[in-house]
Design a protein around this ligand. Sequence first.
Ligand SMILES: Nc1ncnc2c1ncn2[C@@H]1O[C@H](COP(=O)(O)OP(=O)(O)OP(=O)(O)O)[C@@H](O)[C@H]1O
Length: 382
Amino acid sequence: MKIEKKDVLKALETISVPGEGQNMVESGAIKNVIVFGEEVVVDVTINNPSLQAKKKTEVSILQAIHKEVYQKAQVKVNLKVEAPVQENKAPQIKGKPIPGIDNIIAVASGKGGVGKSTVTANLAVSLAKMGFNVGLLDADIYGPSATIMFDVINEKPLSVNVDGKSKMKPVESYGVKVLSIGFFTQPDQAVVWRGPMAAKALNQMIFDAAWGELDFLLVDLPPGTGDIHLSIMQSLPLTGAVVVSTPQNVALADARKGVAMFQQESINVPVLGIIENMAYFTPPELPENKYHIFGKDGARNLAEDLQVRFLGELPLMQTIREAGDVGRPAAMQEDTLVEQAFIDITRNVVEETVKRNENLPPTQAIKITTMAGCSPVNKQKQ
Ligand SMILES: Nc1ncnc2c1ncn2[C@@H]1O[C@H](COP(=O)(O)OP(=O)(O)OP(=O)(O)O)[C@@H](O)[C@H]1O
């Protein structure tokens, strides 16, 4: 039996190093494969120095080759352990890149009801008004609301044919392409999703959708920091995350957990910043007064404490709530304080995204900063 190197590599693509998401070939763990007749030599380097990880890696390589290639192959595994270099800790975009989508930004909150979906919808509309191609994926499996906020509750995504494959076409509203888990559930139906089910449904909405060319895809995550988040985030190539909180202590404690979730080693998604929602209330008849109903500057202080950018604050306003309810996001307004507040926050999000994308080609960095009305950033490392 003549063993082909390509078949060995294919077999090794079915397994991963313990503790790592990507397969061994994709992650670069496999350094070399040499085949002599029925003999196969595999050079593999792993980061985990534990005996268990070494053993497991070796056994899974043997099993994969015996099962997928040739049962009697004589396999020799040369295993090396190399501690990860510190520089490699910088967040990297994980998961398969999605052709045509430049930036995927997750919007999260620790606590429910702090206005995460409202902020996501308005960020999307502001970005679209600035001229960006924008998509919004409502992944809030507990309470999807994008269909209401974009007034598309009675619509359904159509199926379109893209390169011979049937894909889901997002529903477009106010210049934003929207897909929501809400399109697939009845309004009065309670949906109980387990982590893997939710991740599968969301993966379909991302990878099997005809998003076209997008500068930004915003993902409205469910509130909290549970298993569902882990499975969603580990499979998506996220550019960064934005955390929304009110200034209230109970919300801040959860927002802190939200930031920690993104920063934990297995996720390692850069936090672009924190947005403070419901920062204060100003009655229309007393425009000079600010009432800090949920506390003052809580999210601003949290951002400082966690050394992430404070992206801006939004007042508690009846028009923001009404706009959400009638399905015309408040950022659609022209020349109002609300519109300006969303523009300022959106610009900061764009600026942080460009900073984060250190590898973005300079021309593209300039294009996206100028579209957002920001100054072109210097792409050289300061
Ligand atoms: N700045 C604001 N001013 C007034 N009302 C707001 C503001 N932000 C959000 N709201 C209202 O607060 C309620 C909760 O907002 P939203 O649904 O966006 O929160 P959420 O964090 O996404 O909630 P969950 O994820 O738990 O479903 C909505 O009725 C929304 O219209």
